[in-house]
Design a protein around this ligand. Structure first.
Ligand SMILES: Nc1ncnc2c1ncn2[C@@H]1O[C@H](COP(=O)(O)OP(=O)(O)OP(=O)(O)O)[C@@H](O)[C@H]1O
Length: 447
């Protein structure tokens, strides 16, 4: 119970702690002492890193700390073998003992602590061989044994969870078992180990010795392989010609893509012009259409805009519904400088698509240019829409494009802004991404 945990900790302090552990022993519970944590009224964590602990841990302490799951004594000056009653702490998951002076063999009772996930015994004076019984610790993910005096060979370790492993700076020899070859050279530094990832063991075949052997048997083969190491003039010429062809191919693809981009733009306008078709629109009045009803090639100049089409569609719907008050609403003192009819007669082009709809440039007959944003998928009540748009419209700041007017009907919501002629900030900042990609690709190809 907690009382015996407390007694064990006090015994620990008097054995190795000296004056460095300033625990308030007037407190009945040890749970608030520095480095101690409890769960369910038992001590589960003892973390005393770099606290100047010295000497040997006697037997009779850890036998009481039976609910311990984390023990950290790293970077102290503890000596001697690990106390055998540590075997009673079967809940131990994390053991950090690196940076001490522990000595003797790695005790076999450790292999009974089946819950161990992290075991760090690095930078001590452990000696003897690394036992294959480490295989009992099936949950082990970290095993650090570097900087000890371990000798012998490495056992085969089939620990599937093992992701951190280091046995550097020991007197180990022999070949690295297959299961441990997944670790990098930094796990095996300063040992006499051999085999992957280190250099091959004596007598082990290597790719280069293979070649030599074959070469011995067949000198002309060997000569052929040597030739492959240097690029011949023909190969260089081939690569150069290939590069030129690749360059031309990329140019072709670029032209194709640019062409497609243009077509898409025209298509957008055309599609937009055909948008709301469920109402009768007096298109012949505003839209120049081909005999078969499609948009004339030649685009948008002189044709009614997509926005205007939308407006006219909505207008028609609304007028049909006899609401009578559907019109453009203007903000501020600018007053009503044009009306819906003017917008209907304007020519237009698509500026771009945003999250809330498509923006069009509309040139009115009197020469006024506006940007019309046709909102999509906005299903809010007219009152709510007017409230929100009134708030936007009343904003006045040099960095905000002024909202001049809006149009609301059930199916169409249009916002009319001043047209900003300097293009898109994004395009100015980033330029044509295709060109940059192409340049990058070409450079890679050249190198
Ligand atoms: N008042 C305007 N004057 C000139 N061009 C405009 C104007 N408003 C929008 N544009 C152009 O139309 C494009 C689409 O604009 P829109 O406001 O619909 O979306 P966005 O702001 O680019 O994107 P998002 O709505 O996702 O933030 C813009 O990238 C811009 O190039």
């Amino acid at each position: 119970d907690l009382a015996s945990d407390r007694a064990a900790l006090i015994a620990l302090r008097s054995a190795v702690g000296g004056r460095s552990l300033l625990w308030n022993t007037n407190q009945q519970s040890p749970c608030a002492w520095a480095g101690i944590q409890c769960e369910n009224n038992r001590v589960t964590t003892v973390r005393l890193p770099g606290t100047g602990l010295t000497g040997r841990i006697p037997v009779g302490i850890f036998g009481n700390l039976t609910k311990l799951h984390t023990l950290s004594f790293r970077f102290n000056a503890l000596t001697g073998p690990l106390p055998s009653d540590l075997a009673a702490c079967t809940d131990l998951r994390n053991v950090y003992l690196q940076g001490n002076l522990f000595s003797g063999e790695i005790p076999s009772f450790l292999f009974g602590l089946k819950n161990l996930v992290r075991l760090n015994l690095a930078s001590n004076k452990f000696s003897g061989e690394i036992s294959p019984s480490f295989n009992n610790l099936t949950r082990l993910a970290t095993l650090y044994l570097e900087k000890n005096q371990l000798n012998g060979s490495l056992p085969e370790l089939n620990l599937t969870n093992l992701v951190q492993f280091n046995v550097s700076f020991n007197q180990l020899n022999g070949s690295i078992p297959k299961e441990l070859q997944k670790f990098t050279t930094s796990s095996f530094l300063s040992t006499s180990l051999c085999g992957s990832p280190l250099s091959p063991c004596p007598g082990e075949p290597t790719p280069s010795t293979n070649t030599e052997n074959n070469g011995g048997a067949n000198n002309s083969d060997n000569g052929g392989k040597k030739k492959k190491k240097k690029l011949s003039g023909g190969a260089i010429a081939g690569i150069a010609i290939g590069s030129v062809f690749a360059f031309l191919l990329i140019l072709l693809i670029l032209f194709f893509l640019c062409g497609k981009k243009k077509t898409r733009k025209t298509n957008d306008i055309a599609t937009a012009k055909q948008l709301p078709s469920d109402v009768e629109i007096p298109r012949e009045k505003h839209i120049r259409e081909g005999d078969n009803g499609t948009l004339n090639s030649g685009g948008y100049s002189g044709a009614a805009t997509a926005a205007a089409t939308a407006v006219s569609a909505s207008k028609a719907t609304d007028l049909n519904a006899s609401t009578g008050d559907k019109k453009l609403f203007f903000f501020g003192n600018a007053g009503k400088v044009f009306d819906l009819e003017d917008l209907l007669r304007a020519s237009a082009e698509v500026l771009g698509k945003g999250t809330f709809g498509t923006a069009y440039k509309a040139v009115l007959e009197v020469g006024t240019v506006v940007a019309v944003k046709r909102l999509k998928d906005v299903s809010i009540s007219e009152r709510e829409f007017r409230e929100k748009i009134d708030a936007v419209g009343s904003m006045d700041h040099e960095n905000l494009v002024p909202l001049r007017a809006y149009y609301y009907s059930k199916d169409e919501k249009l916002l009319v802004y001043d047209y900003m002629p300097n293009g898109s900030l994004s395009a100015l900042l980033h330029g044509e991404p295709f060109f940059l990609l192409f340049l990058l690709f070409f450079m890679i190809l050249c190198f």
